[in-house]
Design a protein around this ligand. Structure first.
Ligand code: ATP
Ligand code: MG
Length: 200
């Protein structure tokens, strides 16, 4: 019997991608012996909308830049190329269809995002499409009441108190983001003048 491929999926707005995302993906890949982790930037987020979200193409390119050096990391356009708002259930359905029955899917999510998912109307289908791995995130308790048994694992990852919101606010305030995000991301943000109040 051949071993099934183990594929991690890390969805997010990635506006911008930062070392918290990368450490979470790397740690889950290690603990769950994943063959690959695919980062999937959202199109128009169903929960964040269009307003104040950086164009998908910039967020996609930043994800590519941040993951380029890791042979087990890749980036998918599946959500940004699908018309309409991004729903995680569509991401997982598409991934299932794309990879077939010989691949096990592991959806990686921070404690804050996992908590919200439990309240979604389609959460039952969601948890049937992949195994969910909830990771610790500073400021959010990794609580498990109501988690569907056997479908969700909770693991502790090295805590990095970094958020994209804070990165954007720091750039806007002309504060450094070196070492919060990969060097190439600092350079891309500067080159494209992202997160500046006047876009200049
Ligand atoms: P924002 O502040 O704009 O919401 P974010 O930092 O939360 O950005 P997202 O793109 O919203 O980043 O997150 C994508 C996924 O990564 C979510 O599941 C989120 O919980 C998880 N995540 C984000 N930052 C961390 C972190 N520092 N440690 C662990 N998980 C994280
Ligand atoms: Mg978030």
């Amino acid at each position: 019997m051949t071993q099934k491929r183990r594929l991690g999926i890390m969805g997010g707005t990635f506006d911008p991608i930062h070392h918290g995302h990368l450490v979470a993906a790397s740690e889950v890949a290690h603990v769950f012996a994943l063959d690959e982790v695919v980062f999937v930037p959202t199109g128009v987020s169903a929960h964040k909308g269009h307003t104040n979200v950086t164009p998908a193409e910039d967020r996609y390119l930043m994800a590519v830049i941040a993951t380029a050096s890791n042979p087990r990391f890749s980036v998918s356009r599946i959500d940004i190329d699908r018309p309409g708002a991004t729903y995680t259930v569509d991401t997982l359905r598409d991934m299932r269809a794309l990879h077939g029955p010989d691949t096990d899917l592991f959806f990686i999510t921070g404690a804050d995002a996992l908590e919200k998912m439990l309240t979604w109307h389609d959460s039952e289908e969601l948890f049937g499409l992949a195994h969910f791995v909830g990771v610790t995130r500073p400021g959010h308790r990794l609580a498990d009441p109501g988690l569907p048994t056997g479908r969700v694992s909770l693991i502790e990852v090295p805590a990095l108190a970094i958020s994209s919101t804070e990165c954007r606010e720091r750039v806007e305030a002309e504060e450094p983001i070196w070492y919060l995000v990969p060097d190439g991301i600092v350079q891309y943000i500067n080159k494209r003048s992202l997160y500046r109040p006047d876009g200049a």
